[in-house]
Design a protein around this ligand. Structure first.
Ligand code: ADP
Length: 779
């Protein structure tokens, strides 16, 4: 029965189909579950192991998963979910099939996303009969595969049904995305790390900026920064070098990690020349020097033995190179473009910080230079003694420039020589160093070309023993004297050359900077003026002595002839009286008498002044000024009485002790009282008072006399000045009285004062410091 058989077939078919469907559903479920589990797996390896289990569950006997690196070489292999070792020689697929696949030669074997290289296919492609190879490349996008899953069937020679191949296809795609995701994740986590690094970098910079603005401690901040750069980059050595002021070399500022000091002996006195290695190049050209692997290039950073990688980044600011940051590592390849970029970023920040600090330092330096110059100048000018000034100049110069010694020379134009006037050695105990000339030693300019230039052109000159452009003679002088460097500065005041200062460095080869020479010149200017002043002063002193001597001699020499004149005038008067004197003769005699008297007083006053000025303080004593005032007033009572004046005294009972010369103070008080009598009309009143207040003893003489007009008041203490107010024309005097008072009082550390109203009267007074010993007892 056809129908029956047909219906029976149909039934069988239906049963078969439903079983197949069921099996397919089961496989799909396996695959789906597997995928679900794979996705839940913590990492790629366990994901791939789970996938291998699923493939085995759908009917494959062995599963080999090979993951490839960026170069397409096997990196990881799992056999049955278990990792097995791979090395460079491990083939991706047997029999060179992988390269055939890459060439596109296996396209005829492709079933969907899988490749089935069966026996005959293999013979065709590989040229030999062999067991079939089934694999699925792990493809992502259009790039080359990230791996491959190779499967082996249950028997050696089966026909591979789509039911077996489809799960492989699906799981291979899944695996490819898993690998890709893992890579992306790795990259993402890498970029998270990069992000973190950036955050760290930013916070570091922020911290450095904050520290810098808070303390301006550049060194500390730079040290922090370098330390951090070292840790971040796996560098072994970090160097931060600063450009010298003259821009010809680099001086280490921060040195971290390993540096061979013997090969790198650089410091402020011995900068690294810009011709040296990568660091020098970076400093000279202001461009980053990057050597990732210095196998054959190691001499470029010779001071870090075995350094294989190095980066030198210039610190530039406004087109100027301020310094160079260098990182070096013994391991090659630890520095990549990222490190270079990082260091350049760091360099930019460091340059800003350096520039700020430099500006700040320059301002500070300027202020302290000014202060130092001012102080040095003041020290030099605070004396008028020439030898002392010379010693101070030498010391101030060597201290200001921090050089090992300074010598001051006198210039003798007549003989064309310079002579040593002062020598200062900064460290007198220094064993090594320069030999300095003895005092008074002279040098003929003709054999010292440098001195000759300085003297002739009156500008300073810096000389160095290692400067080959120097004249042979100059160099020879420096070398024999063990002088590494010397600056010669002319001492010029008002276009007159007072001498030459030599600033010497005998400790190490030193380049005196332009700024240092400038400082020396500034000081030399002040020194020259001080020297000139001391010369003028000694000239004035000589004149003063001469004048005093002349006055003294004249006074003494005039006194005897004057006494003769006065004596013979009296004899003449007596004999004329006897022979009967005419009215005219009596007038002549009176004139003779009064003129000689004026001369006598003048001579006496001059001699008194001279005595006061030359008297030594050792002759002083402590005495009661009040008693002295009483004594003087008593001695002047007769004079006052002659003019019908009332002379009175106001004083307390206590003794008022002062320290000084009784004779001179007696004279001073007498001058004030006699002036009051002289410049007060008949019948006037004069009050003398003496008192003590606030550690001072005060004397005043008040009269109701002619007074002095304001226009003349300013000059009355001048020698020989006489005010000649109306009514005082007949009053005789020398104009020396008040100047004597002032001299005496000021020598006693007191002050004179007065006030006067024309027509009403004057008050003259002075005070002296009271003697402390008696002050308490007297009060
Ligand atoms: P002289 O020898 O002229 O008195 P002084 O030096 O003592 O010289 O005084 C200077 C001038 O000061 C006097 O010439 C006089 O004009 C003025 N003078 C000094 N004391 C008085 C006084 N008590 N009253 C007014 N004028 C005075």
């Amino acid at each position: 029965m056809v129908g029956d058989s047909a219906s029976g077939d149909a039934h069988e078919q239906a049963l078969f189909l439903s079983a197949a469907l069921e099996a397919e559903r089961e496989r799909l479920a396996t695959v789906q579950n597997s995928i679900r589990r794979v996705l839940a797996m913590p990492n790629l390896r366990s994901g791939l192991a789970e996938m291998s289990r699923a493939l085995r569950a759908v009917g494959w006997r062995e599963i080999i998963v090979t993951l490839l690196d960026e170069e397409g070489q096997p990196r990881t292999r799992l056999v049955g979910g278990e990792p097995v070792p791979v090395d460079a020689g491990t083939p991706v697929l047997p029999s060179g099939l992988w390269s055939r696949f890459q060439d596109g030669a296996l396209e005829s074997c492709r079933v969907g996303g899988t490749y089935v290289v069966e026996r005959h296919c293999a013979a065709e492609v590989v040229g030999e009969e062999r067991a079939p190879v089934v694999f699925a490349p792990l493809n992502v996008g259009f790039g080359s595969p990230v791996g491959v899953i190779q499967v082996i069937g249950e028997t050696g020679d089966e026909h591979f049904s789509p039911d077996l191949l489809r799960p492989l296809d699906i799981l291979a795609a899944q695996a490819a995305y898993m690998v890709e995701n893992t890579r992306l994740l790795a990259r993402a986590s890498q970029s998270a790390e990069a992000l973190e690094e950036q955050v760290e970098e930013l916070s570091m910079i922020h911290r450095a900026d904050r520290e810098l603005s808070a303390h301006l401690n550049l060194e500390r901040v730079m040290r922090l920064t370098m330390d951090w750069a070292l840790r971040r980059t796996e560098a072994d050595t970090g160097l931060l070098m600063l450009m010298t002021d003259d821009g010809t070399g680099l001086v280490p500022y921060i040195v971290m990690g390993h540096v061979d000091r013997a090969l790198f002996p650089h410091d402020a006195h011995n900068p690294l020349p810009l011709t040296a290695g990568t660091i020098g190049l970076a400093g000279r050209f202001g461009a980053t020097q990057y050597v990732p692997d210095a196998q054959e290039d190691a001499e470029r950073i010779p001071f870090i033995p075995g350094a294989r990688a190095h980066v030198s980044v210039p610190l530039r600011m406004r087109g100027e190179v301020l310094g160079v940051i260098t990182l070096a590592a013994v391991k090659s390849g630890v520095f990549d473009e990222d490190v270079v970029a990082f260091l350049e970023r760091l360099g930019r920040r460091a340059a800003v910080a350096l520039d700020n600090a430099r500006l700040y330092r320059q301002t500070e330096q300027l202020a302290s230079d000014m202060a130092a110059l001012y102080n040095a100048g003041r020290t030099i000018t605070s004396t008028l003694n020439r030898d002392e000034i010379l010693r101070r100049i030498a010391r101030a110069m060597s201290e200001t420039l921090e050089c090992s010694s300074a010598v001051i020379f006198d210039y003798k134009p007549e003989t064309q020589e310079v002579q040593v006037l002062a020598v200062h050695r900064a460290d007198p105990d220094a064993t090594a160093g320069e030999s300095l000339p003895p005092l008074k030693h002279t040098y003929p300019l003709a054999s010292y070309p440098a001195f000759q230039t300085v003297v002739e052109q009156q500008h300073s000159l810096a000389l160095r023993a290692d400067d080959l452009s120097l004249t042979y003679t100059d160099r020879a002088h420096l070398l024999t004297g063990h002088l590494h460097s010397m600056v010669l500065v002319p001492l010029v005041a008002q276009e007159e050359l007072m001498g030459v200062a030599a600033l010497i460095e005998g400790r190490y080869p030193r380049v005196f900077t332009a700024n240092e020479v400038y400082k020396a010149e500034a000081l030399a200017g002040q020194a020259a003026i001080a020297l000139r002043q001391s010369l003028l002063f000694s000239e004035i002193q000589e004149l003063e002595t001469l004048k005093t001597e002349m006055i003294r001699m004249a006074s003494h020499d005039l006194r005897n002839p004057l006494n003769n004149i006065m004596g013979y005038t009296e004899l003449l008067a007596m004999s004329l009286e006897e022979s009967g004197v005419t009215i005219a003769q009596r007038m002549y005699l009176e004139n003779l008498r009064s003129s000689s008297e004026t001369m006598r007083v003048l001579l006496e006053d001059l001699l008194t002044l001279e005595r006061i000025e030359s008297e030594r303080m050792t002759e002083w004593q402590s005495f009661d000024l009040a008693s002295l005032v009483v004594e003087v007033v008593e001695s002047q009572l007769a004079g006052a009485k002659l003019k019908q004046q009332v002379l009175s005294l106001e004083r307390g009972d206590e003794a008022l002790a002062v320290q000084g010369s009784i004779t001179h103070l007696r004279q001073a008080i007498a001058n004030l009282v006699s002036n009051a009598i002289k410049y007060t009309p008949e019948g006037g009143h004069i009050v003398v008072s003496v008192s003590q207040e606030q550690g001072r003893v005060a004397v005043s003489v008040k009269d109701d006399g002619y007074g002095i007009s304001p226009a003349r008041q300013a000059r009355i203490f001048e020698r020989f000045y006489r005010a000649r107010e109306p009514g005082t024309e007949h009053v005789s005097g020398t104009g020396l009285g008040l100047s004597l008072v002032k001299t005496v009082v000021e020598r006693h550390e007191g002050r004179v004062w007065f006030s006067s109203i024309p027509g009403e009267g004057s008050v003259f007074g002075f005070w002296l410091p009271a003697t402390p010993r008696l002050r308490g007892g007297g009060a």
